[in-house]
Design a protein around this ligand. Structure first.
Ligand code: T4K
Length: 400
C-alpha cells in the first residue's frame, strides 16, 4: 500500500522527506570489521604501495569475477587511463556518449579523441550497427560501457573489433557483480575497468581496478600505476601514481563481505519501484534480465511526457521539492559537455537515441540508505504529481 501524500510540496505542502534523499548514498557494511582493519593498518604502519589489504582485495576480485589478474587503482578514471595507455590505443577510440563523462575524459586526457557512438533505445548500450559506420582509418579501439550493469552486446562488438583490427575494452564501472550469459562481467575483451567509488554497489571510499586475463598487460599496468618502478631505483616505463591505499582496500574488502545484503536491499527496492511505477502511465522502469546475476544498483526510469502529462524534468523538480534528489544521468550525454561540444559540434547528428534518452531518463534513490517505506513514499509523490499534472505545470511555470 502506498502512503497517502496530503499535498505536494510543489503545490504548497510539507516536503515528504525532512532530509535530502540522494542517488548514490554509500553502502557501508560491517563497521566493526572495517575499524578493526584500520587498526591493523595503523599497527602495521603500512599505508599504501601494494600493501597486504590491496593484495587481498585484488585476490578476492579475481575469485569473484573468475579472471586471472586484478590491478587495483586509486579510482575508476585512472583505471581507464592506465588500461587504454597500456593497451596502446591512439588516434580515435569509439565510446558511447550516453555514459559518465569519465569514459571520454580518460581518452581525451591522453589526446585520444573519443568517437561518440549511439546506443540502443532499449539497451542503453553501444549499437553495433551504428558503430560500424563510424570507424575511420584513425580508429584503434572500442570501449563499451555496461551501463547500469547490463552487458553490452559483447559478441557483436568482438566480431567488429576482430574484423576491423581494433582493441576491445570495457568500462564495467556499473557492472561489478553482474553477469553476461552466465559469465561474470570483467573477463571480456582485452581488459575491463571497475569503479569502487563511494556511490557504487561495492565501494572502497575511492577506488577502481582493471581486470584482465592477459598477464603481460597486467604486468605493464602494475608498472604504470607505480611510476614505472620495476625494482629499487629501476624505472622501466613511463608511469603515473594510480595506487590504491590500504585504507581504501580495507573498505573495499568490508564492502565485498556485505555484498549479499546490499544485493538483497537493492533487489527489494527495485521490485517495489517496479510494482508501483508500472501502474503510472508514461513511466517505464528499465528491466534487468532475471536469468543473469545483477546488482540492481540503478533504478532507471524512462519518462514519456505525452502519456505521463509531465516531462522527466518536471518530475525531477516535483521530487526535488520533496527532498528526493533524483538524477538525470547521463544528461546531456558526454558529447554535450566540454571540450567535446566545441570539438565535435556535429556529433549529435549521429546520436539520435542518446539525445532521446538524455531527455527522458531519471535515476531514483536506492541502496541500503533507502527503505521500502521510502520507496513507497517516493512512488506516491510521483503518482500524485502525474495525477495533478495540470496544477504542477502551472505552479512550475510560475503560476499561483
Ligand atoms: N565510468 C562510468 C560509467 C562511471 O559511472 C564512473 C563513475 C566512472 C567511469 C569513473 O569512476 P570513478 O573515477 O568515479 O571511480 C558520481 C560519482 O562521483 C561517479 O563515481 C559515478 N561514476 C557517477 C555515475 O556518479 P556525480 O558527480 O554525479 O555525483 P556525486 O559524486 O556528487 O555523488 C552522487 C550523490 O551521492 C550525491 O548527490 C550525494 C551522494 N553521496 C556521494 C558521496 C561521494 C553521498 O551520499 N555520500 C558520498 O560519500 O558522480
Amino acid at each position: 500500500m502506498e502512503p497517502t501524500i496530503g499535498k505536494l510540496a510543489v503545490l504548497g505542502g510539507k516536503p515528504a522527506f525532512s532530509e535530502p534523499l540522494h542517488v548514490g548514498r554509500p553502502n557501508i557494511g560491517d563497521r566493526a570489521h572495517l575499524q578493526q582493519r584500520i587498526e591493523d593498518i595503523l599497527d602495521r604502519r603500512w599505508l599504501t604501495n601494494n600493501g597486504p589489504y590491496v593484495r587481498e582485495f585484488e585476490q578476492k576480485i579475481c575469485e569473484l569475477i573468475g579472471v586471472n589478474h586484478c590491478v587495483a587503482m586509486c579510482n575508476g578514471t585512472v583505471a581507464l587511463e592506465i588500461m587504454t595507455r597500456a593497451v596502446g590505443v591512439t588516434g580515435q577510440v569509439v565510446v558511447p556518449s550516453f555514459t559518465f563523462v569519465a569514459t571520454a575524459h580518460a581518452l581525451q586526457w591522453q589526446e585520444i579523441s573519443p568517437l561518440f557512438c549511439d546506443v540502443g533505445r532499449d539497451s542503453h548500450n553501444l549499437d553495433p550497427n551504428a558503430l560500424e559506420q563510424l570507424i575511420t582509418p584513425k580508429t584503434t579501439g572500442i570501449i563499451g560501457v555496461h551501463l547500469w550493469g547490463r552487458a553490452c552486446p559483447v559478441e557483436a562488438l568482438q566480431e567488429i573489433a576482430d574484423r576491423r583490427g581494433l582493441q576491445l575494452m570495457f568500462d564495467a564501472s556499473h557492472a561489478f557483480h553482474c553477469s553476461y550469459r552466465g559469465r561474470m562481467i570483467g573477463g571480456f575483451g582485452r581488459a575491463e575497468t571497475l569503479s569502487f567509488h563511494a556511490t557504487k554497489f561495492c565501494n572502497s571510499f575511492e577506488g577502481g581496478a582493471v581486470v584482465t586475463n592477459d598477464g603481460d598487460l597486467a604486468e605493464k599496468m602494475r608498472l604504470m600505476r607505480n611510476f614505472g618502478f620495476a625494482g629499487k631505483d629501476r624505472v622501466d616505463h613511463v608511469g603515473s601514481n594510480g595506487k590504491m591505499s590500504e585504507v581504501c582496500a580495507a573498505m573495499g574488502l568490508t564492502s565485498l563481505e556485505s555484498r549479499e545484503s546490499f544485493l538483497t536491499t537493492n533487489r527489494e527496492n527495485y521490485q517495489r519501484y517496479r510494482q508501483h511505477l508500472s501502474a503510472i502511465p508514461g513511466l517505464t522502469v528499465m528491466s534487468y534480465d532475471e536469468a543473469e546475476t545483477n546488482n540492481y544498483h540503478y533504478v532507471v526510469v524512462v519518462v514519456d511526457a505525452e502519456s505521463a502529462g509531465l516531462s522527466r524534468d518536471q518530475i525531477v523538480q516535483v521530487l526535488e521539492r520533496e527532498n528526493v534528489l533524483a538524477r538525470r544521468y547521463f544528461t546531456p550525454g558526454a558529447h554535450g559537455m566540454e571540450p567535446y561540444r566545441s570539438h565535435q559540434p556535429q556529433a549529435r547528428l549521429v546520436l539520435p537515441n542518446t539525445e532521446w534518452l538524455a531527455e527522458r531518463v531519471m535515476v531514483l534513490p536506492t541502496g541500503t540508505g533507502v527503505s521500502l517505506e521510502d520507496v513507497d513514499r517516493i512512488c506516491a509523490v510521483i503518482r500524485l504529481g502525474v495525477a495533478r499534472s495540470t496544477d504542477v505545470i502551472a505552479r512550475l511555470s510560475g503560476g499561483d
